[in-house]
Design a protein around this ligand. Structure first.
Ligand SMILES: NC(=O)c1ccc[n+]([C@@H]2O[C@H](COP(=O)([O-])OP(=O)(O)OC[C@H]3O[C@@H](n4cnc5c(N)ncnc54)[C@H](O)[C@@H]3O)[C@@H](O)[C@H]2O)c1
Length: 383
């Protein structure tokens, strides 16, 4: 058995995503399972180097998890040849500078989305990584959710016949921060800090639509700030300058129409925090984070519109659960394993920085659509 240690500079591990999903649930979970075993028997052993701005926070995380390597000096971490991968879960706005330094140091790049807050910068980063010949990847975790994996299984199995439309509903109430603390960081609500639900969620919708259905050809969006004032982590009021809800319509290659509502100002009357309904000529499905329900053409009721009568059918009871038929691991971890295999053994990894740039492009065009009140075509992007 060959053991291959891979040093990973992990920047932003004091944040929500960096700590919980990437360090604890991915890299430490891979170590807990004894490393990642590749098909040829090689065991990949990820060795994280924690990077951030606060010595106290880094030391506390390192001690909690028995890790030795942490530093506030990114350049020093990048200068160490044992560190082959640079990972970024920092605030979106400060990501570009760190990614450029890592690419210049010859590191392979793996990063949270959005890869940048403008398509110009996102594309520039994709170009730099391509020119430097480094492996590069962006987190596209929703693709690895059990509910969406079941949906993909239905699509691949031809369940839907011709797919007509997709309607997505995402969101929940994010508290304003006054009488109950907000459950998301305040920068999300300030556009000057890279916040906004369009920049946050449309990159996700982009890869979900593109990889499950077809490339997005046009977007129309209405973005708004329903709650204009919020209270931050220090208890101070601030102007919420970023959009907190967006209502988007996307036209896909081949004519599928997708409509996705994204909101931090909606109360949940759904089974899950995100759900996608897909309607096709042969059947329909509703997929969430974990579950997926279906209704086949042959089991479709025939309601007749009559407002004088109460509903005659228990519509929600007429759907059937899609079984798991397998174990679903944490999606962030599964994608990390794929990226490690990509770096060490050249395994395929389609979720690259160019794909991340297409997600940023969709967000940028959606904001333009909202500002101009018109539908906008999505041009092809190339490095
Ligand atoms: N894939 C997903 O589902 C998902 C979900 C949420 C957030 N994200 C992305 O992950 C990234 C981090 O989001 P988060 O929710 O963990 O945020 P967070 O505020 O919890 O963490 C931000 C991290 O960036 C660091 N940072 C570096 N420079 C900073 C600066 N100048 N100001 C403030 N913080 C700075 C912080 O120390 C912290 O470690 C964002 O790019 C976000 O878009 C992805």
């Amino acid at each position: 058995m060959t053991r291959r240690t891979v040093g990973i500079v992990m920047n932003g591990v004091t944040g929500r995503m960096g700590y919980r999903q990437h360090l604890v649930r991915s890299i430490l979970a891979i170590r807990d399972q004894g490393g990642l075993t590749l098909p040829d028997g090689t065991v990949v052993w990820p060795e994280p180097v924690l990077v951030g701005r606060s010595e106290d926070k880094l030391r506390a995380i390192a001690e909690r998890h028995g890790l030795a390597a942490w530093t506030t000096d990114l350049d020093a971490a990048l200068a160490d040849p044992a560190n082959e991968i640079y990972f970024d879960a920092q605030l979106t706005q400060v990501r570009g500078k760190a990614l450029r330094a890592a690419i210049a140091a010859g590191k392979h790049i793996y990063t949270e989305k959005p890869t940048a807050d403008s398509v110009t910068e996102a594309l520039e980063l994709a170009r730099l990584a391509t020119d430097a010949g480094v492996r590069n990847g962006v987190v596209q975790d929703k693709l690895f959710l059990p509910g969406l994996l079941k949906l993909k299984r239905l699509i691949d199995g031809g369940f839907f016949g011709r797919i007509l439309s997709v309607r997505g509903e995402f969101g929940y109430w994010v508290f304003e921060g006054d009488w109950q603390s907000a459950q998301r960081p305040s920068w999300n609500y300030r556009s000057q800090d890279g916040g906004g639900i369009v920049l946050d969620m449309f990159p996700h919708w982009h890869y979900v639509l593109e990889r499950l259905f077809a490339p997005v050809r046009s977007v129309y969006a209405q973005a708004t700030t329903h709650v204009p004032e919020r209270v931050d982590e220090q208890g101070a009021s601030y102007a919420a300058t970023a959009d907190d809800a967006a209502y988007g319509i996307f036209e896909l290659d081949g004519g599928v129409v997708a409509q996705i509502n994204s909101s931090w100002t909606v109360r949940v009357d759904r089974d899950e925090l995100v759900e996608f309904q897909v309607d096709g000529t042969e059947g329909s499905a509703v997929a969430g984070l974990r579950n997926c329900r279906i209704q086949h053409r042959a089991a479709t009721p025939k309601p007749v519109w009559n407002p004088d009568l109460p509903a005659t059918e228990p519509f929600r009871a007429q759907w059937q659960q899609v079984p798991d038929n397998g174990e679903f691991d944490n999606g962030f971890k599964v994608q990390w394993e794929q990226f490690l295999a990509h770096v060490v053994a050249d395994a395929p990894f389609p979720y690259d920085l160019l794909s991340g740039a297409r997600g940023v492009q969709l967000a940028e065009l959606a904001l333009q659509s909202a500002a101009e009140g018109r539908r906008i075509a999505v041009p092809e992007l190339h490095v």
